[in-house]
Design a protein around this ligand. Sequence first.
Ligand code: MRU
Length: 367
Amino acid sequence: MRVGDKNLRPIWQDEETGAVKVIDQRHLPHRFVVEELESVESVVAAIREMRVRGAPLIGVTGAYGVYLAAREARGAPEDGFRRLCNRIKAARPTAVNLSWAVNRVLEKTAPLTDPGKRLETAGAEAAAIAEEEAENCRRIGMHGLPIIREVMARKRSGPVNILTHCNAGWLACIEYGTATAPIYAAHDAGMDVHVWVDETRPLNQGARLTAWELGAYGVKHTVITDNAGGHLMQHGEVDMVIVGTDRTTGTGDVANKIGTYLKALAARDNGIPFYVALPSTTFDWRLEDGLREIPIEERDADEVRYVYGSDGGVGRRVLVPPAASPCANYAFDVTPARLVTGFITERGVCGASRDAIKGLFPEKFES
Ligand code: MRU
């Protein structure tokens, strides 16, 4: 995506050296740091420590991880390669894109016995997944745009106010983002859009990343505390909500960043449409009950305990609660399908039910 005079992606492979490079998102927006992923271990660490994050990007990083696994396992027994791939899949549990992407590259490469051919195929497949995710997000923007247009037509005056949670922008994907794709499309079409950006504690992906992305692209936005959304909805300041997701069941239950469920409840209480934007790679077609079946990641309590920020250009980590207070860090929650107005996918928009999802993706439900 355009940032100043540059076109950036969160992950890329150096054309000459083959090196896999990522933007280390922990330092944004105050420092722009690029890191090379040199090994499977560095891929696992990058995903775990959230240098890269967001469901589609975790998937693409995992796919490049298989490429690095093929390089590391050259000449080693076959189960060594598979063990490395399993390590990558276990790096974070909630986003289904990770295991999906690793499995896809694994299936393509496992039958190849020539190490050079395996390496080449793994790199090509990872690159193909990245391009497909970029295209998925472009199409999500195309299909989401008419929804924003409709809201604008109904509203007649003033900007369309869209609330979003966490970062489901290009930093979390490859291009455009999922939740942000319709917003960027509306902005490109000259429409007046304004985004309420939930700060998204504890790691502040909204305040740090979404605000940075939108600002760099020239989209009007305001960062709010995580608890402000309900108040704004009650006062007519939110026209619609669009969020991303890390895993959505074939029946329409949505796992996304912790706090999404509360936004969906407030939206329903105030009659505000609540949309979830996702590529088909984020559906877990096998699952039927999101609350029981989607694994919810619990992360280090220190992420709750400390807040990071910039102090005149110097990164600072500050303790907030009493040092002795226990903290808990649930990273995701599940919004039941009944609270979701619709899904914006690369194939179009559908309701949040098994039948509606099946209408767009019939082949996924064939047994
Ligand atoms: O913990 P994170 O930052 O990886 O969580 C990301 C989200 O919750 C996003 O909303 C989700 O991955 C969708 S990304 C298009």
